[in-house]
Design a protein. Sequence first.
Length: 96
Amino acid sequence: MNNNDKVLDLVIKAKEDIASLGQKVETNSQNINRINHSLNEINDNLDDIIMDLKRDKAIDNTKKERTNNNKALVWEIISSILFPILVTLIAKFLNL
């Protein structure tokens, strides 16, 4: 085999290797695009979860606020009823 044949074989091998690398790059690019798409979907799902959690927190805060308001209202009603009764009982006791 002379030098020209060796060079020809090397050039053919290089061309095949470059074609193979090009195919691998294309496959990797497709895989990267699929991964990127999946990551975008995950990101969208996480956004939905964040919004749901914030909504649930707001609902919980509203429920707590209503509970606290209800407790205050109950104590206000109880005190408005019990205070006059207590005053009346003390007045009667002091008159005895």
